[in-house]
Design a protein around this ligand. Structure first.
Ligand SMILES: Nc1ncnc2c1ncn2[C@@H]1O[C@H](COP(=O)(O)OP(=O)(O)O)[C@@H](O)[C@H]1O
Ligand SMILES: [Mg+2]
Length: 417
């Protein structure tokens, strides 16, 4: 069978890598892919948002299964368009993608179905928002409603900072329409964890847990990034917590998906804060996470294409997923300047010197004339499986410095709790 993966990051490389191990697959295309995906797939030079073009490609090439990586094409309704033409596609439809593309929509969904989350207010008028700041203690959290490439959430320590943030989002419109409406919410304290679920006709089948690192600098300092390191499983996920998440969160989400006509076949990423008063939902994404996918795919022992086929047919069950008990860790190296403006086009060396046990997933690379160059802010996810998190960490950091490119940076504390 022929599979098309849409996207160009480390997530898509990890998916292509896992799909390439699937017995029934004869051909993998990745649109547009990167320097890493081309080791296991054929890159197709197409924009993930060019839905007409991708649809034509899938029809012309008789693609049997399409898997969507990024959120933008999902929010733009790529799944609905493919399904109209009778094509098999794995991802949230346009209606369900609102769970990610509108934080207000997601909060109202959580409120309606009594899914534990931070107390909040929603505002479309700056004067009212400023007036209501008094309902919250500091720090408080201000979130733009729409998609902001991970930059739309600000934790405010003081009233001055909150007023500045409201002004920037609602008056100066630094995020355009995405910040027209905003949320003010209570700050939650605790450990963060990501729980991705396969969604099979609206039923949730949880994957293993993961913990990602968002800030660019060690000790969680500095600005937020797309994610610069990750490991799985999260040490907090014991049987008690899993049961609590099942009972208090997953079952309520399933009920909500059904009642709101949001059923789909794809992935639901639940961002959690593990507070003293139990797990609470920070946000939903309707896609695989990056870098979570880079640590989940190596731990998944079952055939990913088989899982996705079953999910689409509505037959996926928890018994259909087998995971290795080993730990997986990834450390992402980044280009100089990231997450601000960053450099590109630097030659990457040393990949052939890495140990056998290291898996390199490419986030932003490009091959030109047989050489490999940086082509993104996040460049590569250096990944390994080991018997423990400590072992995985030791083995990665032994090899990290063998790789080199001009301006390379990575955190040295990934996997240290
Ligand atoms: N209510 C909250 N309390 C504490 N931290 C929060 C809260 N909401 C968000 N955060 C922090 O901000 C980060 C980004 O927020 P999130 O809702 O995940 O939005 P996005 O991923 O779209 O930027 C979270 O990963 C978390 O670290
Ligand atoms: Mg998030």
């Amino acid at each position: 069978m022929k599979v098309l993966v849409i996207g160009s990051g480390g997530r898509e490389h990890a998916l292509c890598w896992k799909i390439s191990q699937s017995k029934g697959v004869s051909k993998i295309y990745c649109a547009p892919g990167n320097g890493g995906t081309q080791q296991v797939a054929q890159n197709i030079d197409m924009d993930p948002n060019d839905i007409d073009g991708l649809l034509k490609f899938a029809l012309d090439e008789s693609i049997d299964l399409t898997i969507v990586g990024p959120e933008d094409p999902l929010a733009k309704g790529i799944v609905d368009r493919f399904e109209e033409k009778g094509l098999r596609i794995f991802g949230a439809n346009g209606r369900s993608a609102q769970l990610e593309s509108s934080k207000i929509y997601a909060k109202e969904f959580m409120e309606k179905y009594e899914i534990p989350t931070a107390r909040y207010g929603r505002y479309g008028n700056i004067d009212e928002a400023i007036e209501r700041l008094k309902d919250f203690q500091y720090p408080l959290v201000i979130k733009a409603d729409g998609l902001c490439l991970g930059k739309g959430v600000v934790i405010c320590d003081t009233k001055e900072m909150a007023m500045e943030t409201l002004k920037a989002m609602m008056e100066d419109r630094i995020f355009g329409a995405a910040g027209e409406n905003i949320i003010i919410e209570e700050f939650l304290e605790g450990a963060e964890a990501s729980l991705l679920c396969f969604v099979s006709q609206g039923r949730l089948i949880p994957m293993e847990s993961a913990k990602d690192y968002k800030q660019i600098y060690e000790g969680d300092e500095g600005p937020n990034t797309g994610g610069v390191g990750c490991y799985s499983p999260s040490e907090h996920f014991n049987e008690e917590l899993k049961a609590r998440i099942d009972g208090e969160i997953l079952s309520s989400i399933e009920l909500g998906l059904k009642h709101e006509y949001l059923s789909y076949n794809g992935v639901l990423f639940i961002g959690l804060m593990l507070t003293e008063r139990g797990p609470k939902v920070l946000e939903f994404n309707v896609r695989f996470g990056d870098p979570e996918t880079q640590v989940l795919m190596p731990r998944l022992e079952s055939d990913i294409v088989d899982i996705i086929q079953k999910a689409i047919d509505g037959n996926l069950t928890r018994g259909g997923l087998a995971w290795t008990g080993r730990s997986c860790l990834t450390v992402v190296n980044t280009s100089k300047g990231y997450p601000g403006e960053y450099e590109k086009g630097k030659e990457i060396k040393g990949l052939d010197e890495l140990g056998q046990h290291i898996i390199v997933f490419h986030n932003g690379t490009e091959v030109k004339d047989g050489r490999l160059y940086t082509d993104g802010g996040r460049v590569m996810s250096i990944t390994t499986l080991a018997n423990s998190l400590e072992e995985a960490r030791d083995s990665i950091y032994k090899d990290m410095d063998r790789i080199s490119f001009d301006g390379m940076y990575f955190r040295g504390d990934i996997g240290k709790m």
